[in-house]
Write a protein that binds this ligand. Structure first.
Ligand code: PHE
Length: 342
């Protein structure tokens, strides 16, 4: 009896092999005929109950083969099938269109572009440079003497080879490159990625973005710097109250840290300003004459100012983001929130 059944299954195997259709309804009927609750395969499995164990085994094997072949056939036919439309081939004009997902910019790019726009309005052009730098452009030309402790202000990733190459720790490198190849007047901003060997926490990361600015001309004064920064703070934050605190950078003299008055209206204001109302947003200063001389610009004739800020920090303030790591995780739920802000 079981031999008969095996032969029957074999017949079905042939039918399955030669079955062909592009019509999705037909394919579905074929699937139901074999794999449905009352289908051929189930029928064979049911009838196996009456068989002796020796007969059951070969039959079981071949029925299982039939089952997988049907499934494979259906799968391969379905990928090529057309939607069956028995009444007509006219497309249904009332069917809703496909929804096209529109992308959006990363918050860091949004803030970066906004800052570029603010500075371009007052005549600053863009200048960019490499992320892998040499010691000269990252440190020495910027008045960091060799073995000077100021180099420790920025923990650096050095390359194993070639020697003396590193991942830039700030985009001041681009300013050096620009000064080496251009004579004043120079008015540039340089956005880009920078790298520091820091522990990753909610507030700091070893990769982040900066924008630095540089203006060199005859008779540039600290008052020019202050006015530019005031204009910038007003344009970006709509806040005009700011203060300059004395600071130190090897490449600027005098140097200052810029704070804006953020306010103390909400609980968040208290938290982010640590109860003071003030927030530090950038470093700045008058370019040290040594830096100008290092870049073949006559420091007796020209002077200039420079400033630098971290884009993540500004984005965190503008969007009230409390953890810097969110910028790098590419979580779509985070990124989708920045569709049309500023
Ligand atoms: N390069 C400094 C930093 O990365 C920022 C800065 C730029 C400060 C220009 C002053 C002038 O911290």
């Amino acid at each position: 009896m079981s031999f008969n059944m095996v032969d029957k299954v074999k017949e079905h195997l042939d039918i399955v092999e030669s079955f062909d259709s592009q019509d999705s309804k037909e394919i579905e009927n074929f699937r139901i005929k074999y794999l449905g609750k009352k289908g051929v395969v189930t029928g064979f499995f049911k009838s196996m109950g009456q068989l002796s164990p020796q007969d059951r085994k070969p039959l079981g094997q071949i029925v299982n083969q039939l089952k997988t072949e049907v499934a494979q056939k259906v799968k391969s036919l379905k990928t090529h099938s057309k939607v069956s439309n028995s009444s007509s081939n006219v497309p249904d004009a009332t069917r809703p269109g496909f929804q096209i997902e529109s992308g959006n910019r990363h918050p860091i790019s949004i803030v970066k572009n906004k800052i570029i726009e603010i500075f371009s309005t007052i005549g600053f052009g863009l200048s960019e440079g490499p992320e892998i730098e040499d010691d000269w452009h990252n440190f020495t030309a910027l008045n960091f003497p060799k073995h000077h402790p100021a180099r420790d202000m920025q923990d650096t990733f050095y390359l194993k080879t070639p020697e003396n190459y590193l991942l830039r720790t700030h985009t001041s490198t681009v300013q050096v490159r620009h000064m080496e190849t251009h004579q004043p007047p120079i008015r540039i901003i340089s956005p880009g990625r920078v790298f520091r060997s820091e522990t990753i926490t909610a507030r700091s990361h070893c990769l982040f973005h900066q924008i630095e600015g540089l203006y060199i001309n005859e008779k540039v004064s600290f008052a020019d710097l202050k006015q530019t920064i005031e204009y910038f703070c007003q344009s970006l934050f709509q806040k005009s109250k700011m203060r300059l605190r004395p600071s130190y950078f090897p490449f600027t003299e005098p140097s200052a840290e810029v704070d804006i008055y953020w306010g103390l209206e909400t609980e968040v204001d208290h938290r982010i300003t640590k109860g003071t109302g003030w927030l530090e947003i950038m470093g700045c200063g008058m370019v040290d004459p040594n830096v100008l001389d290092n870049c073949s610009i006559d420091s007796n004739k020209f002077s200039g100012y420079a400033f630098g800020l971290g884009i993540e920090r500004i984005a965190m303030l503008l969007y009230q983001i409390e953890d810097i790591r969110l910028f790098y995780e590419n979580d779509i739920r985070f990124l989708r929130q920045f569709k049309s802000v500023i």
